[in-house]
Ligand binder design. Structure first.
Ligand code: KG4
Ligand code: ZN
Length: 338
């Protein structure tokens, strides 16, 4: 049988990404163009994001096809993330995907961006199947999602205010470290003492699986305001290691606790914050104590990329679950089926 290739698009925030993936999760190309322009503003400017997606998407598609050594005629399915995200940014990917699906006469597959982060785990572990518990941690989301089956999911915990990625970004901003803050904090916290400052762990009580990060942000701000510039400079790695642990420890504790209480022996970590070295190391360590397996994508599949969109599309293709060409993008939050 001929190989069936999926051409996948991701444009929900500030990364334009196009990938070619087959139905067995083999990735032939996964081109990501991150929009550096937003660094000037310390955060993503939606209008600029849409314009840059528009400017880049045709070229990124050409590069993805060339690197995969396939032509548009070889493509069997077009996949695209349609929610959640910045609406103008999503519309660029969706409109281009719809145009290609129509002109090539190929089925369109619409994917939820958070499910795509979760399915990124299938790229290296195609046999991974529910039941599992997914910890979804990105710039806009912090959720614990219980997958009873692939079609029966429940969000059992979520943030009441900031997302964990947002907490990293805001703390980096408070210290003028640049954007996005997560990878910068991760790097600068290396070798730091995580017990240097006792930052708060909010909602830290048994049986509560929700999160809150606004108090942590305030606490970091108050702490910084009380110190001299020199002290902060000298102890930056310790301060950042302490803040990083405050963000991640509570993610780890609640996820492992829920898995234990509900006898789930597989945890999946997904979303940009799953690239964090402290989170990766410590969730594996903690889960191991209770004989719970942990799957985390390779770093290149943690942050936004189109290969994960294709990975989520495979399930829908197998179920003949295709989208009509009058489909619209929408920005409602959360991990959900469309
Ligand atoms: O999933 P993602 O690429 O985009 C969204 O869907 O939001 O996640 C982006 C978030 C940002 O907040 C970024 O700071 C965070 O992921 N992030 C990290 C790391 N790499 C990216 N946070 C902590 N440590 C990292 N190494
Ligand atoms: Zn994302």
């Amino acid at each position: 049988m001929d190989k069936k290739y999926i051409l996948a698009f991701e444009s929900s925030c500030d990364d334009t990404s196009v990938a070619v993936v087959d139905m067995d999760y083999n990735v032939y190309s996964n081109i990501i163009s991150s929009q550096a322009k937003h660094k000037d503003f310390g955060g993503v400017v939606p209008e600029i994001a849409s314009r840059l997606h528009l400017k880049n998407i045709v070229q990124i598609t050409d590069i993805a096809l060339t690197e995969a050594n396939v032509s548009l005629e070889d493509i069997s399915y077009i996949a695209v993330s349609v929610n959640p995200g910045l609406i103008g940014a999503l519309l660029v990917g969706l409109s281009y995907a719809k145009g290609l699906a129509y002109s090539l006469g190929k089925p369109l597959v619409a994917v939820n961006h958070m499910l795509a982060h979760i399915y990124a785990n299938k790229i290296e572990h195609p046999k991974l199947e529910p039941p599992f518990l997914a910890l979804v941690v990105s710039g806009g989301h912090t959720e614990i999602v219980h997958f009873e089956t692939a079609n029966d999911i429940e969000i059992v915990g979520k943030t009441k205010d900031d997302a964990s990625g947002e907490a990293f970004d805001k703390i980096a901003k408070l210290l003028d470290l640049g954007y996005p803050g997560g990878p910068i904090v991760d790097k600068l916290a290396k070798g730091g003492d995580k017990d240097f400052v006792k930052f708060p762990r909010a909602l830290n009580r048994k049986g509560d699986f929700d999160f809150s990060y606004s108090g942590l942000k305030t606490s970091v701000r108050t702490y910084i305001e009380k110190q001299s510039d020199e002290f902060i400079k000298e102890n930056l790695n310790h301060i950042l290691a302490s803040a990083q642990a405050a963000i991640c420890d509570i993610l780890i504790k609640k996820t492992v606790e829920y898995a234990r209480l509900n006898k789930i022996n597989q945890i999946i970590v997904a979303g940009g914050v799953s690239a964090n070295s402290y989170l990766r190391e410590n969730i594996i360590k903690k889960a191991k104590k209770f004989k719970i397996d942990v799957s985390i994508p390779a770093l290149k599949y943690c942050t936004d990329n189109a290969a994960m969109v294709a990975a989520a599309a495979i399930k829908k293709i197998k179920e003949d679950d295709f989208a009509p060409l009058n489909l619209n993008a929408f920005s409602a939050k959360g991990t959900k089926f469309l």
